[in-house]
Design a protein around this ligand. Structure first.
Ligand SMILES: [Zn+2]
Length: 310
């Protein structure tokens, strides 16, 4: 499953390739991947021009405009487990993002191709998805925020709406829930998954299993800042290769080689302490909120005053 930074990287990569292009044809090879009848496809998709690309949590959004329609439509893409997008330019050059399989370099369409968009310049965008859990939907642009998947999402971690006050109010609602569960809850903040939750809690020096209600206001503030910093780093490095996602230039994400704790159990913590000392404590792994959770027992100690059933 891609996390937010992977989808953001795909979004940025495709943005410069697709904006301005007009959709000339759409071939649907697996109806469930893009459930739209032929008439709608003809009248609402074909002939439309790509205006912009966007992302909400892990959903990629392609906004369209069609001079013969008064309503504007958007295409929503969810790659799920094995989805990938491959843009093959008319000259043969290709840009791929998503689950890396041989299809990224192979002749397309192939057995995994579910939907193919052909643009006015001959470029083709292939939506390949081996396991068929991914999907494309057509939604009115002004209804995107009301889409069932998007409506219940909290603010984007890098948007001004995601404030320390917002995080504090979400913690207050479930004060006994482990703080990791609170930040994994997509209605708290959109698009923070397991990797980036562990990384943010380590940067904030907060034990992942602590009940949210035990966090002091300064810790909530530090966690808020850490989530933003870690998501920014994830995007900078193009996501993670662990999730089997490559970015829109076909490069594997590099975040994991810089991970603080994720998948580093048994290895020494590299956090810098005061006076330039390195922590060096051994990273541990435990289960929190049903998920494998990585943390440093020295940087993220269990506060003595907090009761727990650890
Ligand atoms: Zn440490």
């Amino acid at each position: 499953m891609p996390e937010l930074p992977e989808v953001e990287t795909i979004c940025r990569g495709l943005d410069r390739l697709l904006v301005g292009r007009v959709i000339a044809a759409v071939q649907v090879d697996w109806a469930k991947s893009f459930a739209l009848d032929a008439e709608q496809l003809q009248s609402q998709v074909i002939g439309s021009q790509v205006q912009s690309l966007d992302r909400r949590a892990k959903v990629l959004i392609i906004n369209l405009a069609n001079p013969s329609l008064t309503t504007r439509y958007s295409l929503l893409f969810h790659l799920k487990m094995t989805g990938q997008l491959v843009l093959v330019k008319a000259g043969g050059e290709r840009f791929a993002g998503g689950h890396p399989t041989e299809s990224m370099a192979a002749g397309l369409p192939d057995r995994s191709t579910r939907v193919t968009f052909t643009f006015d310049n001959g470029d083709r965008l292939f939506f390949n998805d081996q396991r068929k859990f991914g999907w494309i939907q057509l939604v009115e642009t002004d209804q995107v925020e009301n889409h069932q998947l998007i409506a219940r999402l909290g603010p984007e971690p890098l948007s001004p709406d995601f404030t320390a006050e917002h995080l504090a109010s979400r913690v207050k609602r479930h004060p006994k829930a482990p703080i990791k569960a609170v930040i994994l809850d997509q209605s708290t903040v959109a698009g923070v998954g397991n990797i980036y939750a562990d990384e943010s809690l380590h940067l904030a020096r907060i034990h992942p299993a602590r009940p949210g209600g035990s966090l002091k206001p300064f810790e909530i503030k530090r966690l808020h800042g850490a989530i933003r910093d870690i998501m920014t780093l994830g995007i900078t490095y193009g996501g993670t290769s662990f999730t089997n996602y490559v970015n829109a230039l076909g490069k594997k994400g590099d975040y994991l080689s810089r991970a603080r704790v994720f998948r580093r159990q048994g290895q020494p913590c590299t956090a810098l302490l005061s006076r330039g000392q390195v922590c060096g404590a051994i990273i541990e792994k435990m289960r929190v909120a049903g998920r494998g959770t990585h943390y440093c027992p020295r940087c993220q100690p269990w506060p003595k005053a907090t009761k727990s059933k650890l």
